[in-house]
Design a protein around this ligand. Sequence first.
Ligand code: NAD
Ligand code: DAU
Length: 331
Amino acid sequence: MRMLVTGGAGFIGANFVHQTLDRLPGVELTVLDALTYAGDRASLAAVEDRITFVHGSVTDAALVDDLVSRSDTVVHFAAESHNDNSVAQPWPFVETNIVGTYHLLTSVRRHDVRLHHISTDEVFGDLELDDPARFTEHTAYNPSSPYSSTKAGADLLVRAWVRSYGVRATISNCSNNYGPFHHVEKFIPRQITNIIDGVRPKIYGTGRNVRDWIHVDDHNSAVLAILERGRIGETYLIGAECEVDNLTVVAELLELLDRPRDWFDLVSDRPGHDLRYAIDPGKLRAELDWKPSYTSFRDGLAQTVDWYRANEAWWRPKKEKTERRYAELGR
Ligand code: NAD
Ligand code: DAU
């Protein structure tokens, strides 16, 4: 199989490349990545000689078309992914997430190539803390941030291309990932690296916001299951049924890093901050017989903390610039 992975130098994409090469040894894998601040070729260093790396953008229609024409399958991770950045500067999100997805759709249609589009649970908006409901494949779209609205726009383009042009595509909407190679702007790696540096974790607002955490390897094993056994035209929600509020995540990290559980600061809130996400992964489990391999969040966090302790050379160059940006936002 000739597989094109967009955004393969980012957090989830790089972990996907590693897992795919392990599980599908015959695969010919090409990564297309623009190497924005969020992309890092070092995340692919261990497999550099087993892939073709193309430095370029999904917004470059001619490049995308050439690469798609030489592929059997495209897995589309490339995106601007951080909510705080999208509130401050939305245009790159519109350009990459919507226009980039449009170019991929045009090319997979032209060359009749299978597409799997990676998306997020944030397209559904948020839930109240005491709402027993969880997101399903039937939940209406109601995104809150510039980031999530551009992901929703991209999902709707994919659905329209399936219906109007018969494009062979699937979509997955996953909850919050954690694990190795996660950029230090994001919540869990930001707090781990702060604590390592002797800086108190910074929690937005009240800290009662809930995220539904999944280890990145479990997200990616679900994507492989969809590629292998998913039905064309379908959407699958991916989650590991692990709802935890931000205060609890930080308390666990502090304990793992030998600090008191109350050694943190509450800082100003993110504008429009979604309260709670929760995924019902019933369809994925029943139809594709998928289940997560990380059943203990605490163990997954401990492994992640160990990874950041052992890989300071990977995150250190990103840390100062990231914290400077947060200081400008007062967070
Ligand atoms: P990331 O920001 O870590 O990585 C994004 C990658 O895309 C980077 O390597 C970046 O260089 C690349 N990229 C950005 N613009 C590009 C462009 N124009 N052309 C080519 N490459 C470009 O993001 P991530 O957390 O790995 O997220 C990957 C995908 O998964 C995204 O589509 C995101 O919406 C989705 N997702 C993320 C999560 C999560 O918790 N992180 C959960 C659900 C879904
Ligand atoms: O739900 C899936 C989404 O999860 C993905 O689509 C996004 O790409 C990914 O970035 C993530 O979005 P969040 O906004 O939920 O993730 P983030 O790591 O930015 O924040 C997680 C929670 O932690 C959120 O409630 C905000 C809070 N937070 C974040 C940071 C960076 C803090 O309290 N302090 C912080 O310093």
